[in-house]
Design a protein around this ligand. Structure first.
Ligand code: KDG
Ligand code: MG
Length: 405
């Protein structure tokens, strides 16, 4: 079997996605997601100019050797652009292997470890009341876990709230540059514990709760927040602080027992190695698209398992349905599964381009058994929806200092 053609497909069914299609001489093809939100075209150039020429005429069944060739063989290892490009190739090769074997990818990984994939939804709100009302709606739909994000009184716009827009792509609108949002650590710290206090008073302790700090606190501030939230028994606090310096998490850990999750911007196991070995975290949130594909994620998960760290892949809407399907296969297999972030099944426009094997039932994601990853990509529809440059917002402190968004 040989790879004869590779297409790098860019489309905007509501937001930008980069999709890779690897076609073989036997007519079997595989799909992969290469989307890095706000930096999409950098991955396109990396794939088209540097990786695709290395793959033509290769045997698509040699997944491990191809991965090593593109990672070690490049000399320039790691980084989000490189690893998203390699991830898309890796996903597409697993898709092909599954189709050739006539088996869903989770079977190739070792088979099912569970029947359903527990998912958490996003209850957002412009006010505390609206956020709690939305939490109630998620509980009614059967969710077992929900993330709470709320606008901070006195701050115009923050992470997780969108000033009435449906996503960051819409928030960008026709602005030529990234939207800017203000940040105040003290206003945030004074407000968030009240959100969780009222959530527990209104809905009790059966529902699991999550909160994403989006890396806006220093380690000691994260420790303070963790202590304030301890009575409300969160499933985890996500991205409490940036972990560019992994040692920082020792500070958080030494002060609070709140479970910690991190990893959505990690690209290799080296971004998490000290966090895992020091047992400074409880959940690793790396996405298959941003972590170099299924091949390294399996290794990462096995390594994390030795230190009681569970996998909770990033599930934001800027990952394409191909990545969400890859997560579903991975999650069905992975022994140390935690939870899957889940934002629903997309709009009609999105579904006109991607058809996927996923469904949601009473708090769990289900996966229909199809060979490979089970996703189809409608190239004709996709071609009608052209790429439009879009950025994520940036944050500034109230005095204008640039801060983590
Ligand atoms: O592209 C960035 C988003 O995916 C990110 O801001 C979403 O933090 C996020 C999450 O937890 O879903
Ligand atoms: Mg996050």
């Amino acid at each position: 079997m040989k790879i004869t053609e590779i297409k790098v497909l860019v489309s905007c069914p509501g937001r930008n996605f980069v999709t890779l299609k690897i076609i073989t001489d036997e007519g079997v093809y595989g799909l992969g997601d290469a989307t890095v939100n706000g930096r999409e075209m950098a991955v396109v150039a990396y794939l088209e100019e540097h990786l695709v020429p290395c793959l033509i005429n290769r045997d698509p069944q040699q997944i491990e050797d191809i991965w090593q060739y593109l990672y070690k063989g490049a000399y320039w290892r790691r980084g989000p652009i490189t690893m998203a490009a390699i991830a898309a190739i890796d996903m597409a090769l697993w898709d092909i292997k599954g189709k050739v074997a006539g088996l869903p990818v989770y079977q190739l990984l070792g088979g099912k470890s569970r029947n359903g994939i527990m998912a958490y939804g996003h209850a957002n709100g412009e006010t505390l009341e609206e956020t709690l009302h939305n939490l109630g709606k998620f509980i009614e739909q059967g969710y077992k876990a929900v993330r709470l994000q709320c606008a901070i009184p006195g701050l115009a716009g923050t992470y997780g709230t969108l000033e009435g827009k449906k996503d960051y792509f819409e928030l960008q609108g026709n602005r030529p540059l990234p939207p800017e949002q203000p940040w105040s650590t003290s206003k945030y710290m004074n407000f968030i514990p009240e959100l969780f206090k009222q959530a527990r008073e209104q809905y009790g302790y059966d529902i699991q709760l999550v909160h994403d700090v989006h890396s806006r606190l220093t380690p000691i501030e994260s420790a303070q927040l963790g202590k304030l939230l301890e009575p409300y028994n969160l499933m985890f606090l996500e991205d409490a602080s940036p972990a560019d310096n992994q040692e920082g998490y020792k500070v958080i850990r030494s002060h609070t027992t709140i479970p910690l999750a991190i990893g959505e911007i990690f690209n290799t196991v080296w971004d998490a190695k000290d966090l895992i070995v020091n047992q400074s975290i409880d959940y690793l949130r790396t996405a298959i698209t941003h972590g170099g594909g299924i091949t390294p994620m399996v290794k990462m998960a096995n390594f994390a398992d030795m230190y009681h760290v569970r996998m909770a892949p990033h599930g934001a809407p800027d990952l394409s349905p191909i990545c969400h399907a890859a997560h579903a296969h991975f999650n069905l297999w992975v022994p140390n599964f935690g939870v899957q972030e889940f934002i629903g099944f997309g709009t009609e426009k999105l579904n006109s381009v991607f058809s996927h094997p996923l469904s949601f039932d009473n708090g769990y994601i289900r996966l229909e058994d199809k060979p490979g990853l089970g996703v189809e990509y409608n190239e004709e529809e996709a071609a009608k929806l052209t790429y439009k440059r879009s950025y994520l917002p940036v944050s500034r402190l109230e005095d204008g200092t640039l801060w983590y968004w």
